[in-house]
Each structure stands twice: as C-alpha cells, then as structure tokens.
Design a protein around this ligand. Structure first.
Ligand code: G
Ligand code: G
Ligand code: NA
Ligand code: MN
Length: 249
C-alpha cells in the first residue's frame, strides 16, 4: 500500500524518468534506434529499476496513467531533439485491454505532429494469449495509424508461429534466453538461425536483445540478425547520454 501511494506521488511530482537503450545495426554497429525503459528517481530509494516497480504499477492500475505519461514524454523527446530514429515503447497488458487504445495513441501522435513511424510499439507474445482477437484488432489499428510493431521476448513460452502470419509485425525481438546460450550451445544457435530465416522470408526484421559478449555479437552477425541490443554495446542511458551517443554514431 505504501509503495502504491509513493508511486502515485511520484507521478504527480514528475519523478519518473525515461532512459534509452540504443539499438545497433549489426553490420556496422550504427545506432539506428532505442528502447525506452522507465526509471523512478525516488526521494527515499534513489534510482529504481523498472522491474522493481512496474509490477506494482500493473497490479494497482496506475500503469495506465504512467503509460500515458511515458508516451507523451517520448514524443516530447523526439520533437525536442529532432530524433530521426524509431523509439520503442513497451506496452503493458492493461493498455492492450483498453478498447480505444489505438484511437487514443493515434490521436496523441497526430496532434503532436511527429511521424508515427518514429514510435515502435513493443508487445510481448504473452499479452496476446488473454484475448487474441481483441489484441489482434488493436495491433492492426496501431499499424494502420502508422506505428511500427515489435513482437517482444519472441520464442519463449506462448510462442505461436501463427502470430507471424496473421499480425502486421515489423520486428521480432529474439528473447534474451536464446542469446545467453547462442555462443555455448549449437542447438540454440540453430533455433535462432531458423527464427532469423523465417523472419526474413516474411520480411520481418530481427533484433537480438541481451547481447553481453563479443562472441554473441559475432555469431549474430554471421547468422544475419539485423539489429542488436545489450550491455555489451550499451546499457540503458539517461536522455543526455543517449543524445551524445546518437550524435557520434
Ligand atoms: O529496465 P528493466 O530491466 O528494469 O525493465 C524491467 C521490465 O520493465 C521489462 O520487462 C520492461 O519491459 C518493463 N518496462 C520498462 N519500462 C517500461 C515502460 O515504460 N512501460 C511498461 N509497460 N513496461 C516497462
Ligand atoms: O521485457 P523487456 O524485453 O522489455 O526487458 C528489457 C530489459 O532487459 C530492460 O530492463 C533492460 O535493462 C534489460 N537488458 C537490456 N540489455 C540487457 C543485457 O545485455 N543483459 C541483461 N541481462 N539484461 C538486459
Ligand atoms: Na521490451
Ligand atoms: Mn524483451
């Protein structure tokens, strides 16, 4: 309960920060995008990672207000710094349950004047399970508005290949659990190669997340994975640091 009150206050006080983890083109390691990741600059706790408070936001329903805030902050950021590369935003399950999700987000982005193609909406496969029909409709509506669509944490748990055939997906993010093993386990490498080749034939771009070592990067380059993201390349960065990385890339 205490945490809930603190998070409510945090939103009012503007204590939520947006960080950006750069996404690199595998072939030449140019920065071609970023994933927005939420942080809480708490008075009492210091800088708090998303994994330590996003679940509470989800449980209390506060995630809807915070998500609106994040979406607007990202648009503001793109406008202020004249960002030309797409910024990925994680959608929450609660957002995907909103009937008018696409209509709302579309309205906000159109009113801002930025191109919707500068926003890449990340949806986990897990979020599709609950109501596949409803989720599919909203994803199609988001696509129609012009947003890019990423299927996040691809390949684990509820993975269904039919999603790839039926949803307007631009990118798939190959789950970190594969990348962890890719330089140690031949079978995992082959599974990742199959994912990459399948995506290619569907004209879907592939992103590997959780790249922590050079050996993983080299293998992903060999396999033809389009983009990479992970601590080996860069951790999530505050706005100013991301801007300076982008300017020298
Ligand atoms: O950055 P970190 O490893 O702490 O993120 C943990 C989890 O929190 C990740 O699953 C990430 O998708 C989620 N997360 C981070 N930022 C946001 C956000 O702005 N909105 C939502 N809904 N989830 C986020
Ligand atoms: O659920 P989602 O895929 O959105 O989660 C992304 C989370 O993964 C972020 O919170 C980010 O901090 C974390 N992350 C990013 N790069 C790496 C990495 O190289 N290794 C690990 N272990 N985590 C990472
Ligand atoms: Na994500
Ligand atoms: Mn992910």
């Amino acid at each position: 309960v205490k945490m809930e009150q603190e998070l409510r206050l945090a939103l009012e006080r503007g204590e939520f920060l947006i960080y950006f983890q750069p996404v690199y083109r595998t072939s030449d390691l140019k920065v071609v995008g970023a994933e927005e990741l939420l942080r809480w600059n708490s008075r009492s706790l210091g800088l708090v990672q998303a994994k330590d408070f996003v679940p509470v936001l989800e449980k209390t329903g506060l995630i809807l207000d915070v998500s609106d805030y994040v979406f607007k902050k990202c648009i503001q950021f793109i406008k202020e710094y004249h960002i030309k590369v797409p910024i990925s935003i994680n959608l929450s399950p609660a957002q995907l349950r909103q009937k008018d999700l696409a209509e709302k987000l579309c309205h906000v982005v159109k009113a801002s004047g930025i191109s919707p193609e500068l926003l890449n909406v990340e949806i986990t496969e897990e979020m599709l399970i609950e109501d596949l029909e409803g989720a599919s409709r909203k994803i199609s509506e988001l696509k129609t508005c012009g947003f890019l669509i990423t299927l996040d944490d691809f390949g684990v748990r509820y993975s269904s290949l039919s999603y790839l055939a039926n949803l307007p997906v631009d990118y798939i993010k190959i789950d970190m659990s594969f990348i962890k093993l890719i330089d140690q386990d031949e079978k995992t490498l082959k599974v990742v190669l199959a994912i990459i080749n399948m995506a290619k034939s569907l004209k879907i771009k592939t992103v590997a997340e959780g790249v922590e070592r050079k050996s993983q990067l080299e293998i992903l380059k060999d396999l033809g994975c389009d983009y990479v993201q992970g601590f080996y390349l860069s951790k999530p960065l505050p706005v100013e640091e991301f801007i300076s990385i982008l300017s020298i890339s």
